[in-house]
Design a protein around this ligand. Structure first.
Ligand SMILES: C[S@@+](CC[C@H](N)C(=O)[O-])C[C@H]1O[C@@H](n2cnc3c(N)ncnc32)[C@H](O)[C@@H]1O
Length: 215
């Protein structure tokens, strides 16, 4: 059920409720805990434990073998995604900041995933075209510079198999989705491209998560 307040956007979550559901459904083992604790000087902007767990479950549901992530940070979501892959599966994760990529590499190795995840250092706009030779992909997860979501969405829709998933975090754009700005326009274009090419939803996570199944 939903009531008037929750339909209008209010949430019943509190820090205590979030802590309880994360511990119950998405507990951290040592590898996830290590990737969730970012070192000094690195922003703590990874997805939350429940969002990470959802990525893991989505990968399992589609038996994903080839996945691309844009925006690795230090590998927290990459660990969730890689753990959800089919046994022969592979994840290519793109990260602009060399220091983030270096720490991600260490975290993925500590998780025993170094042979299944390639962290590619550079800008998504430059690296994605080099990955097209590996297409079609089963899923593309977008969690990097918001002003490029229109580009990333178009690339994903071109390089996914029918039935593959395009997933985009921060789909509410920190509350600025409807604003007249470059990143507002890019994010709205992303929503509209996904809606036109997929059966899709914007899941009301804290900052919105677009999930589309390519037709
Ligand atoms: C929100 S964080 C990613 C969090 C990660 N997906 C997780 O949940 O663990 C965004 C990352 O994208 C990277 N980034 C920013 N602009 C980028 C670009 N143009 N290409 C690739 N990565 C970029 C940032 O350096 C940052 O590490």
């Amino acid at each position: 059920m939903a009531d008037k307040d929750s339909r209008a956007g209010s949430r019943y979550t509190t820090p205590a409720i979030l802590d309880y559901v994360n511990r119950t459904h998405a507990p951290h083992d040592a590898a996830l805990a290590q990737a969730f604790e970012v070192p000094e000087g690195i922003p703590a902007i990874q997805v939350g434990p429940s969002d990470g767990r959802m990525l893991y479950l989505l990968m399992r549901l589609i038996n994903a073998t080839k996945v691309v992530e844009v925006g690795t940070l230090v590998g927290y979501s990459a660990i969730h995604i890689a753990r959800g892959l089919a046994p022969t599966g592979r994840l290519w994760s793109i990260e602009f900041e060399p220091r983030h990529a270096e720490i991600a590499h260490a975290n993925l190795a500590a998780a025993g995933l170094a042979d299944r995840v390639s962290v590619l250092v550079g800008a998504g706009r430059e690296i994605l075209p080099t990955l097209a030779q590996e297409a079609p992909f089963d899923a593309v997860f977008i969690d990097a510079d918001k002003v490029s979501y229109d580009f990333y969405g178009a690339w994903a829709l071109e390089n996914l198999r029918p039935g593959g998933l395009v997933i985009g975090d921060n789909a509410y754009l920190f509350g600025e989705l409807t604003e007249d700005s470059d990143r507002g326009r890019a994010m709205r274009s992303f929503h509209e491209q996904v809606a036109a090419a997929c059966d899709s939803v914007c899941v009301p996570t804290p900052d919105g998560l677009v999930v589309g199944i390519k037709r």
